[in-house]
Design a protein around this ligand. Structure first.
Ligand code: SF4
Length: 623
C-alpha cells in the first residue's frame, strides 16, 4: 500500500482515532492483514499509542495482525450448519488443499477454519471466502472451490451463483408485505402534523403549548408510544421510553444526540436483518430518520455485522440516493428540525458487540467490552452523548407507525406485544427462511407453516433463548410468553439435544469477551464439562458442577452473555434428561483428563508397551 493510499483512507475517516476500526478494515482489505509497518504509520497519523491500536485490533476475530492465507476460508459452524454436514465438507476441503484446520498453508495461499454463524442458516452449509459468503455448499462445490484456490483464480472470477444469497421470504405480513415508498413515512407524519396540528390521531393536551418546531417530534414520539412499540432485539424494552429519556437528556456544549441501528445480529440462527437490509433498507433508514426527528438527533450509525460486509456497497448506494432525494441531510423534505445523516460502521465478528454498550465502545474505535451501567446509553452513549440503540426491525416498524399511525399498529398482535414479528426459521423443516407473523402466533403454527415434521424441540431466540419441547408447542411467540429476537431453530427426533446444547456452550465459550473472570473462566469450564460428558467421563458430580457454574455465571457476570450461557444446558437437562443420563456412565467422580490415554500416542510412537507405567505399578516404574 502506498503512503498516498493510506492517506486517502485516513482522509475518508477524518483522521479520527474514533474511526480506528474502519481504518484498520480498509487497510486489511487492501493488504490482506494489518502489518507492524501499518500499525507504526497509524500510531503516528492518529497520535495513538501502539498498544491501543493492537489492543483494539486483537479483540476482533475478523481483523488480523498476522498474515492469513491469500484465500481465508471460514466455515459457518452453527448447529444447523453441523446438521447439514459442514464438518465433513471442511475436512474434505482441508484434504484437497493439504492444509490443517486453523493453520495457514506453508505457501501462505490458504487458511481454513470455522466461525460462529454467518447468518445464512436458511441456505447452509455456508462459508466465507475473504469475507464473502458462499451458500449451499456441497461436496461438488468444495471440489470446484479447491481447484480455483489451487489455481489462484481471483474471487471476482468465481461463479456468481456461488455467492447468491436469497431472501427466502416464506410468509409476509404488515412489514414485509408493505410496498414502502422512500419518504412516504416522513411525508405522512409531516402531513398529520400540518393538517391536524395538536389534533393528531391520539391528541395530547400537553402538546398544546409546545413551540411549533417541537410539535412534529412530539407527534412522532406520541405515535410510537401509542403504538406500544417494543424493541425487537429480544428484551422488549418500550421504545418510546428509551427515546423520551434520550430526548430529555441534557446536552453539554458541542454535544449531539445519536441514533444507532444495531445490525450486528450475531445470535446463531438469526438472519432476518439480512433480509430487511437487502430488500427493505429504505424502511430501516427512514425509521432511523424518524427516530432522529423524535429525539432531536443529527447523527446516526448503522452497525453492520462483519458477516454482512457484502451488503456495504448496496447500503451505501441506498444512503446516497436518499441524500439526493433530500431524505437525508439538512432540512429533510423541508421539514423544520429534520437534519440527519447516517454512517455505516462494519463490525468484525465479535458477538458481544450486539450488546448495546459494547457496540458503542466498538463504534468509538475500541475493543467491544460491555460498559458498566448506569449510566445508560440514553444519557451517556456514543462519545458520552445521549444515544438510542435500536434493532433493525424496530426501525422498520417505526416507518410503518409513522405511515399508518400508532392506533393502527397497536391493534395488531397481542395486548402487550403490538405488531408483527419476523422469525428466522432454520433446521429440520421443508421450508427454512423468513416468516412474518402477528405477535401471538403459536410455536405449532410456525412449525406447520415451515413444514416441520416429527419435531422434538425448537430453540427460540438462539442459544441464549429458550428450548421449547413438544408439550409446549401451543405457547405463543410474544413478550407475554416467549420473547424472541427472531431465531427459530427446529430439531426433529433424529437430533441429540445434548449435542445441540454442547454446540451452544462452545459458542459462548468462544464468544466470551474475557473481560470478567466469572464468564471468561465459567464458560470454559462449562464447555469442558459438556465435553467430558460427551467423552464418556460423566457422573452425577458433573450435574452439580453445572448447577454451581450456573449460579456463578448468573450472579457475577458482567453482561447478558454470561448470564445466559447456561440457559441451553439447564433447559435441555430439564426437558431432555435422558440425553444426559445416557452419558452418566460413572457413579462416582471421574476426572476429565486421562493421563494414560494422553500418553498412548507417545507410547505407540516409541514402541513401549507399558500401560499404567506412570502409576509405578508392576507394569512399569514411574521414574
Ligand atoms: Fe465479557 Fe462475558 Fe463478562 Fe460479558 S459476561 S463482559 S461477554 S466476559
Amino acid at each position: 500500500m502506498s503512503s498516498a493510499s493510506l492517506e486517502n483512507i485516513l482522509r475518508k475517516y477524518d483522521g479520527s482515532p474514533h474511526n480506528l476500526l474502519q481504518i484498520l478494515r480498509e487497510v486489511q482489505e487492501a493488504e490482506g492483514w494489518i502489518s507492524p509497518e501499518r500499525v507504526a504509520e497509524l500510531e503516528q497519523a492518529l497520535a495513538m499509542p501502539r498498544s491501543k491500536i493492537v489492543g483494539a485490533a486483537s479483540f476482533y476475530s475478523f481483523l488480523h495482525l498476522e498474515p492469513v492465507g491469500h484465500y481465508r476460508i471460514l466455515f459457518s459452524d452453527n448447529i444447523t450448519d453441523r446438521m447439514l454436514g459442514n464438518q465433513a465438507l471442511m475436512e474434505q476441503l482441508c484434504n484437497l488443499l493439504w492444509v490443517e484446520p486453523g493453520k495457514v498453508s506453508e505457501d501462505g495461499l490458504v487458511s481454513v477454519t470455522t466461525t460462529s454463524c454467518t447468518g445464512m442458516c436458511d441456505q447452509g452449509p455456508a462459508l466465507l471466502v475473504n469475507g464473502r459468503a458462499i451458500t449451499r455448499v456441497d461436496a461438488a462445490r468444495i471440489e470446484a472451490l479447491a481447484e480455483r484456490v489451487r489455481n489462484q483464480v481471483p474471487l471476482a472470477e468465481w461463479p456468481a451463483e456461488w455467492f447468491q444469497v436469497d431472501d427466502n421470504v416464506r410468509r409476509r405480513d404488515i412489514l414485509l408485505d408493505s410496498q414502502f415508498e422512500p419518504g412516504s413515512a416522513l411525508r405522512a407524519l409531516h402531513a398529520r402534523v400540518e393538517t391536524q396540528g395538536v389534533q393528531a390521531s391520539n391528541p395530547r393536551s400537553w402538546r398544546e403549548g409546545l413551540p411549533r418546531g417541537l410539535v412534529g417530534p412530539a407527534t412522532m414520539l406520541d405515535e410510537v408510544k401509542h403504538a406500544n412499540l417494543r424493541g425487537r432485539g429480544g428484551a422488549g424494552f418500550t421504545t418510546a421510553l428509551k427515546w423520551e429519556a434520550c430526548r430529555n437528556a441534557p446536552l453539554a456544549p458541542g454535544q449531539d444526540r445519536i441514533v444507532v441501528c444495531n445490525a450486528d445480529e450475531g445470535e446463531p440462527g438469526t438472519f432476518k436483518d439480512r433480509v430487511l437490509l437487502t430488500s427493505h433498507a429504505d424502511m430501516v433508514f427512514e425509521g432511523m430518520t424518524l427516530a432522529a426527528y423524535a429525539v432531536g438527533a443529527r447523527r446516526g450509525f448503522l452497525y453492520l455485522r462483519g458477516e454482512y460486509r457484502y451488503l456495504l456497497e448496496h447500503l451505501e448506494g441506498v444512503l446516497a440516493r436518499r441524500r439526493r432525494d433530500h431524505l437525508l441531510g439538512h432540512n429533510i423534505l423541508g421539514i423544520p428540525g429534520a437534519d440527519f445523516d447516517i454512517r455505516i460502521h462494519v463490525g468484525f465478528g465479535a458477538y458481544v458487540c450486539g450488546e448495546e454498550s459494547a457496540l458503542i465502545e466498538s463504534l468509538e474505535g475500541k475493543r467491544g467490552t460491555p460498559r458498566n451501567r448506569p449510566p445508560f446509553p440514553v444519557t451517556n452513549g456514543y462519545l458520552d452523548q445521549p444515544t438510542i440503540v435500536n434493532n433493525v426491525e424496530t426501525f422498520a416498524a417505526t416507518s410503518l407507525i409513522a405511515l399508518h399511525g400508532g392506533e393502527w399498529y397497536r391493534n395488531i398482535g397481542t395486548a402487550q406485544s403490538a405488531g408483527s414479528k419476523i422469525l428466522s426459521v432454520s433446521g429440520d423443516c421443508e421450508r427454512p427462511g423468513i416468516y412474518e407473523f402477528p405477535f401471538g402466533v403459536t410455536v405449532a403454527e410456525v412449525l406447520e407453516a415451515c413444514g416441520a415434521r416429527d419435531t422434538q424441540a425448537v430453540q427460540v431466540s438462539g442459544p441464549s433463548g429458550f428450548t421449547i419441547a413438544a408439550h409446549e408447542f401451543e405457547r405463543k411467540i410474544c413478550f407475554e410468553d416467549i420473547p424472541t429476537a427472531g431465531a427459530f431453530m427446529v430439531f426433529d427426533k433424529r437430533r441429540d439435544m445434548f449435542e445441540v446444547a454442547r454446540n451452544f456452550v462452545h459458542f459462548f465459550a468462544h464468544e466470551s469477551c474475557g473481560f470478567c473472570t466469572p464468564c471468561r473462566v465459567g464458560t470454559s469450564l462449562l464447555r469442558n464439562l459438556m465435553d467430558k460428558l460427551h467423552n464418556g467421563q460423566g457422573s452425577p458430580y458433573d450435574f452439580q458442577e453445572i448447577e454451581r457454574l450456573n449460579h456463578i455465571l448468573q450472579a457475577m457476570s458482567h453482561c447478558g452473555l454470561g448470564h445466559s450461557a447456561c440457559n441451553p444446558v439447564l433447559d435441555t437437562i430439564e426437558k431432555f434428561r435422558p440425553a444426559y443420563e445416557a452419558r452418566m456412565v460413572h457413579r462416582d467422580f471421574t476426572p476429565a483428563f486421562d493421563l494414560d490415554r494422553a500418553l498412548s500416542q507417545a507410547r505407540q510412537m516409541t514402541g513401549r508397551d507399558d500401560e499404567m507405567a506412570h502409576f509405578g505399578t508392576e507394569h512399569g516404574d514411574a521414574r
